[in-house]
Design a protein around this ligand. Structure first.
Ligand code: NAD
Length: 492
């Protein structure tokens, strides 16, 4: 390292600030940020950390680039390529930031403290403590919705965290190897090789597409004796998949799935899950209902979001939140309704937008600008009050001082004139398998719908450009090339 420039590997050099974590400065406010997802990390990226004592608390000490998570389930992309350590992000900030790897269990808005616990594997015990705050940002995301359907938690795989993708990858190969084992009955082979996906939102659709690719491009060649039995089924309660996309893209996706031999069952609501089968109620075009049983080897549950217990608990402590159901209701500055010093971003906040990475990241950037401005406002107000108090002490200088005060006041008006949060939708993208993608993009204030292989190239370049760091970008490109040239890695 020469003068703070550190070699990062892959020909990338980065400027680092290797200051140690220092004790909090009592003259500054303590800003506690919960979570290391899209909202919290985009806030951190743009926050002038020298203005506050910043503390980040999250059970995950990395940022995860979630749009490429479905690709990790089949090994198209290796999981570490889409993870960025929080410590690396924090070391690039001007002033030091404290990070605690811990989970927030409750927030007390009266006493202004967050209760946190660390489930230490190394010590094998749980340490609990409290962290006081002056300002708090809740960016803890959401958990998987199961709607209380029996058996879901016990038997299905979710697709939210890196561990979920790793579990699915192992499970796919377990199903394949068990089906290929000596003397399996045809029914058992059929069950093991039936991959069922519940939920036709973007998560379910992208995963089903990736899975069918894995089968067509790799499994079929390497395990040919069972290849005619592999099936992917997507179950959706509504009349169509991808409800947030335009009608033509929905039709394109459904017809592409048909070509890819992915079975889609719409108007089919899963009611019960056991260790080997899914029980669903199917509504026929004439309105008749039928109970259908789908035996499965792998079940992936992707039916959207539910409120996390820590958020539910906080909502219960704030009377103004009593009518909110899907998360913390926030005002146009993302302040949690009924509080003055708590903000919420991302999937745990209800601001009138869909719970997407795009919304969360714009909310995080908005808060960073807001907090940077708040610090500037305080600094300017202090300067003005200091100069005003010296005005009478230096009569000869009063004209110059008055001009200086006016200058600061002009700056103050500009800074104070902060506009409320305004989401700017850039579009929606989804991969649907066999090197095709669908895109609803905003272009010069109009909507453009595109689908197919060119859209897939657009999808790839958009996600590459959105990757967190140059390191992530290079790793993802490398993984794509590797799986194209050598095929995906089938080892468990
Ligand atoms: P989602 O909420 O978008 O879709 C879940 C689907 O599951 C719904 O269509 C619902 O009708 C269905 N469902 C619920 N219960 C069911 C049941 N019992 N049986 C059958 N079907 C059932 O969930 P998601 O796909 O996880 O997405 C969550 C959020 O993240 C959304 O806002 C989405 O837009 C966003 N997201 C976007 C992208 C992208 O843009 N590429 C990718 C992933 C997620």
């Amino acid at each position: 390292a020469i003068a703070g420039i550190v070699y990062m590997g892959y020909g990338v050099y980065q400027d680092r600030h290797p200051e140690p974590q220092v004790e909090p400065d009592p003259s500054k406010k303590t800003l506690v940020i919960l979570g290391t997802g899209w909202g919290s990390v985009s806030l951190l990226k743009q926050l002038d950390t020298e203005n506050y004592n910043v503390i980040v608390i999250s059970p995950r000490n990395y940022f995860l680039f979630t749009p490429l998570l479905p690709s990790c389930t089949t090994g198209t992309i290796e999981h570490r390529s889409i993870m960025e350590p929080v410590r690396t992000i924090l070391r690039q900030k001007k002033a030091s930031v404290k990070f605690y790897e811990a989970e927030a269990s409750s927030i007390d808005p009266e006493r202004k403290v967050v209760r946190i616990f660390d489930n230490s594997e190394i010590r094998g015990d749980i340490t609990e403590t409290e962290v006081p705050y002056d300002m708090l940002v809740v960016g803890v995301g959401a958990e998987n919705a199961t709607f209380g359907i029996p058996g879901v938690r016990e038997h299905s795989c979710f697709l939210k965290e890196i561990g979920d993708a790793q579990k699915i990858r192992k499970r796919i190969m377990d199903c394949v190897e068990t089906a290929a084992f000596k003397d399996q009955s045809p029914e058992e082979i059929n069950r093991l090789l039936h991959m069922v996906v519940v939920g036709g939102g973007p998560t379910g659709v992208e995963f089903a597409g990736e899975l069918q690719d894995f089968f067509e491009e790799d499994i079929k060649k390497l395990v040919p004796d069972i290849s005619d039995r592999f099936r992917v089924t997507l179950i959706e309660a509504l009349p169509n998949v991808l409800p947030m996309f335009s009608k033509q893209l929905i039709e394109y996706t459904e017809s592409t799935f048909k070509e890819e031999k992915i079975n889609i069952h719409t108007k089919t609501m899963v009611k019960k899950v056991t260790d080997k089968a899914v029980e669903a109620e199917m509504t026929h075009p004439d309105g008749k209902k039928e109970t259908v049983v789908f035996p499965y080897g792998l079940l992936v549950w992707a039916t959207g979001n539910a409120v996390r217990p820590v958020v539910k608990d906080l909502m219960g402590r704030i009377p103004a939140q009593k009518d909110s159901r899907r998360g913390l209701a926030v005002n146009e500055y993302l302040v949690v309704q009924g509080t003055r010093d708590i903000w919420a971003v991302g999937d745990c906040a209800v601001a009138g937008y869909a719970p997407t990475a795009q919304v969360a990241s714009q909310e995080g950037s908005f808060l960073a600008r807001l907090f940077n401005n708040m610090a500037k406002t305080e600094a300017l107000e202090e300067k003005i009050s200091h100069l005003s108090s010296t005005l009478n002490l230096q009569p000869g200088n009063s004209a110059a001082v008055s001009r200086e005060i006016e200058g600061y006041e002009r700056q103050l008006r500009r800074v104070k004139n902060a506009k409320p949060f305004n989401y700017s939708h850039q579009g929606s993208l989804a991969y649907i398998g066999s090197d095709k993608a669908v895109a609803d993009v905003t272009w010069f204030n109009g909507n453009v719908a595109a689908a197919g292989s060119l859209t897939y190239i657009f999808w790839r370049s958009a996600y590459i450009s959105m990757c967190f760091s140059t390191r992530n970008r290079l790793l993802v490109i490398n993984d794509w090339l590797k799986s194209k040239v050598f095929g995906r890695d089938l080892s468990r």
